[in-house]
Design a protein around this ligand. Sequence first.
Ligand code: GLN
Length: 266
Amino acid sequence: MKMKKFAVAAAIAMMGMSLMACGGKKTAESAAESKAEGAASVKAVSAGKLIMATNAEFPPYEYHEGNEIKGIDVEICRAVAEKLGLELQIEDVAFDAIIPEVASGKADLAAAGMTVTEDRKQNMDFSDTYATSIQLILVQENSTIAGKEDLSGKKIGVQQGTTSDLFSTEDFGEDSVVRYSKSMEAVQALSQGKIDAVIVDSQTAKEFVNEVKGIKALDSSYSDEAYAIGVKKGNTELLNAVNAALAELKSEGKLDEIVTKYTKAE
Ligand code: GLN
């Protein structure tokens, strides 16, 4: 049923485009129209919608504010959806459930400050990178840990399934890593002295340091992160549409505007 509707929409869009092609003259307006109509052929999971799987525990990229989910990724994906003529719908799931949601076709996009890694590329295709970051090590204010090299044999808190989890398990071994479903839970455990450090992406780390007393971020970086939007493997149509939309948002200055809006407090 859904498929049928979709096929019809796509056929109408194609007719529209061929009509325009016959018309000859291409005004700016008709170019914009053809872009929107072309977008109707993007294979979305649910007709008219662009479903974004995320984990809203990662301020300022995605977080809860009252009943709403807000943040940089939300605004970027809403702007992408608008360009594709679709309405954004957000699915807030555990971080390690995001890739399965997209891979199994329940969501169209993974957008969660998600870093591109070789392993993740096995299960999802990634858009062009839209932001870069580093990870920081958080410790108690009076800690003797001064950098990465002091972490061996220590208890390191991470959010399950994130690159902090993957990299610290690789670097310090399974016994050192304590996994939480949210980074904030790791930070609370740190402030209570249950663990020695937390590794988390820098902007989120800074927000947590402002919120939780008695902890600090070390100056040195733990890892480099490059964020991208994930789509189902092989869905090149959607991938190309997302990349085109991201490129437009970048050239329009909208991408910078969104990032600045959420990070200006720093
Ligand atoms: N950038 C990290 C990752 O991709 C953390 C993302 C997050 O916690 N939302 O795993």
